[in-house]
Design a protein around this ligand. Structure first.
Ligand SMILES: Nc1ncnc2c1ncn2[C@@H]1O[C@H](COP(=O)(O)OP(=O)(O)O)[C@@H](O)[C@H]1O
Ligand SMILES: [Mg+2]
Length: 251
């Protein structure tokens, strides 16, 4: 488990201020969701957290480690695992080889041990042994997401990151995957941070959520309290999300 602190983080591209002083604390073992419209800077924030982008100013800490401490960056980055939006499975490797690949980067165990851990992780996310030797293209979107989750947890991270975990999935599969993510982070007892534009995901998954707008966190709380927020943008976001989900039900 790990605590994450964003301290007044700024990030500009050319003259575009994408992050304008993001401050946020995510507690040990918390399931936190960052919500916001497309293009508001969610992925940029995630890339700053991972040190893929350097911030212009401010700091990001995981426990006592700062993303900007280059000497301890390996120790810092080792805490994370990410479930990418498009799963990022290697097409040329079988499902089980995909799970083993991540582990081989960080563990020195024998092939036999790595194989047995990979099998155990795949089973734990609901994939049966008959799919272990198939290739990603042979699996449905939901099964690929499960395989990517198995790969993410196989390296035993302290923090799990989910980037738009339900995008590209149909509503039923989205619900099943959300259940699996929730069950997995609770079972492992680890901190998780999800970024999404989908309020339904936050309502289902999160302990607490935040809304990002114009490069700042404009609201943090339990999603049930969101409708009572006075901030105009938060109200608009909440009502627009409700209209969309009603529309989905009518369809
Ligand atoms: N590498 C980059 N170079 C320049 N601009 C970028 C880069 N990455 C993201 N941006 C800009 O930052 C803004 C936020 O993007 P992003 O974080 O991807 O949004 P989202 O909230 O949909 O994940 C966008 O306007 C995007 O054009
Ligand atoms: Mg994004």
């Amino acid at each position: 488990m790990s605590k994450i602190v964003f301290k007044n983080v700024y990030k500009t591209f050319d003259s575009q201020n994408v992050l304008n002083g993001v401050s946020l604390e995510i507690g040990d073992g918390e399931t936190h969701i960052i919500l916001g419209q497309s293009g508001c800077g969610k992925s940029v924030l995630l890339k700053c957290l991972l040190g893929i982008f350097t911030t212009d100013s401010g700091d990001i800490l995981v426990d006592d480690l700062s993303v900007s401490d280059k000497q301890r960056y390996n120790e810092y980055i080792r805490k994370f695992s990410i479930l990418f939006q498009g799963n990022a499975l290697f097409d040329s490797m079988s499902i089980i080889e995909n799970v083993e690949f991540g582990m081989k980067q960080v563990r020195r165990d024998s092939k036999r041990i790595i194989r047995s851990i990979a099998e155990e992780k795949l089973l734990s996310v609901g994939l049966e042994s008959r799919v272990f030797d198939l290739y990603p293209a042979e699996l449905s979107g939901g099964m690929q997401k499960r395989a990517a989750l198995a790969r993410a947890i196989a390296i035993e991270p302290e923090v799990l990151l989910f980037d738009e975990p339900t995008s590209g999935l149909d509503p039923v599969t989205s619900g099943i995957i959300c259940n699996l993510l929730k069950e997995t982070v609770k079972r492992l007892g680890i901190t998780s941070l999800t970024i999404t534009h989908d309020l339904k995901v936050a309502e289902f998954l999160s302990d607490r959520s935040s809304i990002l707008n114009k490069g700042r966190v404009v609201w943090t709380g339990n999603t049930a309290e969101m409708k009572d927020c006075e901030d105009d943008f938060v109200r608009e976001f909440y009502h627009a999300s409700c209209v969309i989900s009603k529309h989905r039900l009518v369809q």
